[in-house]
Design a protein. Structure first.
Lengths: 370, 126
């Protein structure tokens, strides 16, 4: 792991005895006290995640909105100052470069939050597109990934606990909004009511040099509520219980947002031109041959990525893209691309697990409802 | 890491408690810690005769699936009934309530391939 980057918090993970892995070029904690305990604590109380590996790009200047509109699928003209939007970047071939969050600071300043594993690829893509539009890299488009840290504090008690660290009434903030506030004695923290768990809470962004005692301050503030640190393994089971897509599994360069059920972030409006717009519109109007759907196991078994999905006669009808044992439901759940004719809710499908076809049922996520 | 002296071990991180020509088998404390929370155990070879190194079952943690191999040839006499509903017993008590199968051994000479506690400790750097 010598060539991996540390986050400003890696030292604390090691002190806490976390199991560390190499992920997207970073030394990251996969697990501390055990994935089930971590998962359930986030659902019932709160936990803190180091997600500093995520990438951050700043887009500035008079052409910022035009750029955002062109390279992402959602309608960024609906954003207002302090508003966040989930979106994705098409690759010009009908697939997805990455999914991302778009933050609007003001009409000439936006922030992209992109997946760690895609930072370099996304950056190159953005630079290429920016050049065509006359934006200047380093001035209008800035890769801030190596200068920013991110923590997610997630769970039903997260906001109440974090309120202790700021004078700002964060409990009044709406879902998918953000505010630059003083937090734990640090000025200009970006406090965002977002997350990847469906459990409520916030994500905070801070410059690396300002991190100081932030990790400890959060653990101290959350102590009375039972806060624990959470690793990447529980982050994955938490997101999957909500049916949230994971780039690399459920969405890739070869899947379209229409196939992936991301039509709700793909906006076909006259005032917005974007990469692959016509291709996706055609898919929306004419239909697609496969769709990403949730399913739950009826027989005992755990679905895993790349397992085959078959019909009752054993004919191949799809492939699992994410699967796990749900720590809350205690049964196998997953996402799969399913062939037309098999994606209606309640359709019985079969997951081929170690040469046995086990019964499953198409369901609409979230799998777990609070 | 707990490695009881009175057991035999394999490179696959299994332990055996040998009594005459029968053996009780489970996975080691090291193995359960490496796997993390165990959520599913599938052993459908009860009553079958298997050769050494054949797969007798599968163990699943939240993030991983691992096959389990017969350390010796013989018949799978019994499967721990607790594992179906409470696979986490393997995490809690790997050398006790978390045992997996009972084997009737066909070839006692195969026991020579197993590791002593000291050798196993070396293997896992305990």
């Amino acid at each position: 792991m010598i060539n991996n980057k540390d986050t400003p918090f890696t030292i604390f993970h090691k002190e806490l005895g976390a199991r560390m892995i190499s992920f997207a070029g970073f030394n990251m904690p996969i697990e501390y006290s055990g994935i089930n305990n971590e998962h359930i604590t986030v659902r019932e109380r709160l936990g803190v995640f180091d997600v500093s590996h995520m990438g951050e790009f700043r887009i500035k200047g008079p052409h910022a909105l035009e750029f955002v509109q062109r390279i992402t699928t959602n309608d960024a003209s609906l954003l207002f100052n302090g508003k966040v939007q989930y979106s994705c970047m098409p690759n010009g071939k009908g697939g997805i470069v990455d999914d991302l969050l778009v933050y609007r600071f003001n009409e000439e300043t936006y922030l992209f939050i992109v997946n760690a594993a895609n930072i370099e690829k996304d950056w190159n893509w953005c630079v290429t597109q920016a050049k065509e539009m006359g934006l200047k890299t380093g001035k209008d488009l800035i890769n801030a990934s190596d200068t920013m840290a991110q923590l997610a504090i997630q769970g039903p008690m997260a906001i109440k606990a974090m309120r202790k660290l700021t004078g700002y009434p964060v409990e009044d903030m709406e879902y998918y909004t953000f505010k630059e506030i003083e937090f734990a004695g640090i000025k200009d923290i970006i406090f965002s009511i977002t997350g990847y768990t469906g459990a409520g809470g916030c994500e905070i962004y801070v410059k690396n040099e300002n991190v100081s005692n932030l990790w400890q301050a959060i653990l101290d503030a959350g102590e009375e509520f039972g806060i624990i640190p959470i690793g990447l393994a529980a982050r994955d089971t938490l997101r999957l219980e909500m049916g949230f897509c994971l780039y690399g599994n459920d969405i890739t360069e070869k899947t379209s947002p229409i196939e992936a059920g991301l039509g709700w972030i793909t906006k076909f409006v006259d005032h917005k031109e974007f990469i692959d717009k016509e291709y996706f519109l055609k898919q929306k109007e004419e239909g697609v041959l496969r769709r990403l759907k949730g399913f739950e196991m009826l027989d005992r078994g755990i679905p895993r990525q790349h397992y085959e999905v078959v019909d009752i006669e054993g004919n191949l009808i799809g492939e699992v893209t994410s699967g796990t044992m749900s720590p809350m439901l205690k049964k196998g759940i997953g996402l799969a691309y399913l062939k037309k004719g098999f994606w209606q809710e309640d359709t019985e499908i079969f997951i081929r697990i170690r040469n046995k076809d086990l019964r499953a049922r198409v369901v609409k996520p979230p799998f777990y409802k609070q | 890491m707990n490695v009881p002296e009175n057991l035999k071990y394999t490179k696959d991180h299994e332990w055996l408690r040998i009594e005459n020509n029968e053996a009780i088998l489970g996975i080691t404390d090291f193995a359960q810690a490496e796997l993390g929370d165990i959520v599913f155990v599938e052993i459908e070879t009860e009553g079958e005769k298997l050769e050494r190194e054949e797969v007798f079952g599968t163990i699943e943690a939240v993030k991983t699936v691992s096959d389990m191999f017969m350390p010796v040839s013989g018949e799978v006499l019994e499967v721990n009934p607790k594992l179906e509903d409470n696979p986490d017993v393997i995490n809690k008590d790997p050398y006790g309530d978390g045992w997996m199968i009972k084997i009737s051994m066909d070839k006692p000479e195969e026991l020579n391939n197993l590791l002593t506690a000291d050798r196993y400790k070396e293997l896992i750097n305990a």
